[in-house]
Ligand binder design. Structure first.
Ligand code: GTP
Ligand code: SPV
Ligand code: MN
Length: 581
């Protein structure tokens, strides 16, 4: 097979020759194709079959033990001008990066099949969607891309119609961490990834295209590509309001996107509808509101901590047609991870007999891949061509202290400062130390494809165009008490906070002013039906001394991005500072 688009054929031919691929396979995304790939991976051991009775059509993939997370230190944005990538990215000169990558790709697919994977990010018929083609030698990548994107013939048809697409080239190489690079060439709309088979490093539609390349494109085209979930909240009157929320990796997006309301809320008729759990493309609409689409079609979710109690919707979709990566297994070959239940696993994520001395049974960044259509709370608006209108934007982090449970920004400009100053404890989603507080503006530190100063300027400019901008909030589910336990119950109970947020959006509830934003008044977060009353005084405390230190740190952080920090952001910080003193 070839394509009607000569530019695509020529590129495939050139890559296939350079990599000396033994075969080229154009993916049509069909069921038959997937079955053939799965059978082949079962033979090679790339996939292991899980318990057919309890988990039909579910498979386990064990990645190389040194290839289990995104690698931020090996991820580069290669703009012709170094300053355009900003201090928030690693940079390499495009010519140098191409030379390096050409060396790595040369001959790397000898004996392997080169898969041509056309995909569409966003509803297949939406003008807001964007297409790409990933060339990869990993059948595991193909199987995941089929679950997570609109992949195959329909995407190829659109690519041929449009004539433009993001070019992604990927090879697992030898999985040698010393020969591993994730390179982005935003000016060429291309991505080259070598030496990893894992998640965000290898599934190029996700973080590489839908965030790093898309954020760069979005800036020039007047929209935003963000690390956000999209959720619809239906109140007892049957009205659905949409919220987009940015939390850093492994900080609660998947969980919030499909939460089950507390019992008292369910009885009243509250419902939650899932549009997306990780990435959100936001476009200004003609009515001056902001509209969101989820570019993805499936989840690549964190397994540990997922249980019947914390996230029943996730568990309900994981009993068939799912791929599990780096989880443990039970004696009867069911997938298992820490936090699932109290069974004792038989085999750990590396395939060894489970021994607690070796650490957790499932890797802390072990994941599940499953189609969004299998989610019980799948929204009937998820395929909407125009997207869903957003009432509230929420920024959240993982912070043991200082950041209150919820805080409202005074206006859009203050909201951009709140998002830009976000900080969160690092997690296992990326290699490196876990639990260290770092600044992660808009949860985009690892994903913004250009200079943060320009990015904040773009957020501010976009807000000016909106006659009905969403309100902006900050949340923190992760405040800890003196014993290190979480104070807020979290998970389904987070709806209590969303209820307050949406009431604020509709002007139905007052808030109390502090120099850093608006806090719920006493008793305005509904705690009915909670078995234990959380310490709301701590959760909603305004710590003046702590915030004074925080603004100093924010000031120093912003300075790293000079001379490109927008004046309006500095004015806003000066305003907060003077209100604090
Ligand atoms: P990425 O896929 O890496 O972008 O992560 P994510 O932001 O979607 O995070 P996810 O919802 O998968 O949650 C990550 C971890 O945080 C899991 O172990 C969850 O069980 C846990 N978690 C999620 N929400 C809450 C919450 O409200 N409270 C507490 N204490 N833990 C939570
Ligand atoms: C994240 O790390 O934010 C993820 C997982 O969603 S990955 O696809 O590996 O980026
Ligand atoms: Mn993510």
């Amino acid at each position: 097979m070839t394509s009607k688009l000569s530019a695509l054929n020529e590129w495939v031919d050139q890559v296939s020759a350079q990599c000396r691929a033994s075969r080229v396979h154009w993916c049509d995304g069909s069921e038959a194709e997937t079955q053939r790939l799965i059978e082949q991976m079962l033979e090679t051991g790339d996939l292991l079959k899980l318990n057919e009775q309890t988990h039909p059509d579910c498979y386990l993939h064990r990645s190389d033990p040194k290839d289990v997370a995104r690698v931020e230190h090996l991820t580069f944005v290669c703009t012709s001008n170094k300053d355009d990538a900003g201090p928030n990215n690693n940079w390499m000169d495009p010519a140098e990066a191409h030379a390096l990558m050409n060396g790595l790709f040369s001959g790397c697919m000898e004996g392997r099949t080169l898969y041509v994977v056309p995909y569409c990010m966003g509803p297949i018929d939406s003008p807001l969607s964007r297409c790409g083609v990933e060339l990869t030698d990993s059948p595991y990548v193909v199987a995941n891309m089929r679950l997570m994107t609109r992949m195959g013939q329909a995407a190829l048809d659109r690519v041929e119609r449009e004539g433009t697409f993001v070019k992604g080239l990927h090879s697992t190489g030898e999985l040698d961490p010393e020969r591993r690079y994730i390179m982005h060439f935003p000016e060429e709309l291309s991505i080259q990834s070598f030496g990893s088979g894992y998640g965000g490093n290898a599934l190029l539609g996700k973080k590489c295209h839908a965030l790093r390349i898309a954020s760069y494109q979005a800036r020039s085209e007047g929209w935003l590509a963000e690390h956000m979930l999209i959720v619809g909240i239906e109140n007892p009157a049957g009205e659905v309001r949409y919220v987009a929320a940015a939390f850093p990796s492994a900080c609660g997006k998947t969980n919030l996107a499909m939460l089950i309301p507390p019992e008292a809320y369910r009885e009243q008729g509250w419902k939650v509808w899932t549009v997306g759990d990780d990435i959100c493309w936001l476009h200004p609409g003609e009515d001056g509101r902001l509209y969101a689409i989820n570019p993805e079609a499936g989840f690549f979710g964190v397994a540990p901590g997922t249980s019947d109690k914390t996230n029943p919707n996730a568990l309900a979709m994981l009993d068939r047609e799912a791929i599990f990566t780096n989880v443990a297994t039970t004696e009867d070959n069911q997938p298992w991870w820490e936090g699932l239940d109290d069974r004792v696993p038989a085999t750990d994520w590396q395939g060894r007999d489970f021994d607690p001395k070796n650490g957790p049974a499932a890797h802390p960044n072990s994941r599940f891949t499953v189609s969004i259509q299998r989610c019980p709370s799948y929204s009937d608006q998820a395929e909407s061509k125009a997207g869903v209108p957003i009432d509230a934007i929420v920024f959240g982090g993982r912070r043991a202290s200082l950041a209150p449970l919820v805080l409202e920004a005074r206006d859009w400009q203050h909201g951009v400062l709140v998002g830009g100053a976000m900080a969160s404890e690092t997690t296992a989603a990326a290699t490196g130390q876990v639990g260290v507080v770092r600044r992660d503006p808009m949860a985009m530190k690892p994903f913004c494809g250009y200079h943060f100063g320009d990015y904040w300027g773009h957020w501010l400019a976009l807000g000016e165009k909106l006659t009905h901008p969403p309100k902006i909030f900050q949340v923190n589910w992760f405040r800890r008490d003196a014993d290190g336990g979480f104070i807020w119950p979290g998970f389904g109970d987070n709806l209590r906070v969303l209820e307050w947020i949406l009431a604020r959006c509709r002007g139905e509830v007052e808030a109390s002013e502090t120099p850093v934003g608006l806090l719920p008044a006493d008793g305005d977060i509904n705690l009915d039906g909670l078995a234990e009353q959380p310490d709301m005084n701590t959760l909603l405390a305004f710590d003046q001394a702590g915030w004074r230190e925080e603004v100093q740190a924010i000031d120093a952080f912003l300075q790293e991005f000079e001379p490109r920090v927008p004046q309006a952001l500095k004015d806003e910080l000066a305003r907060v500072k003077s209100a604090l003193s």
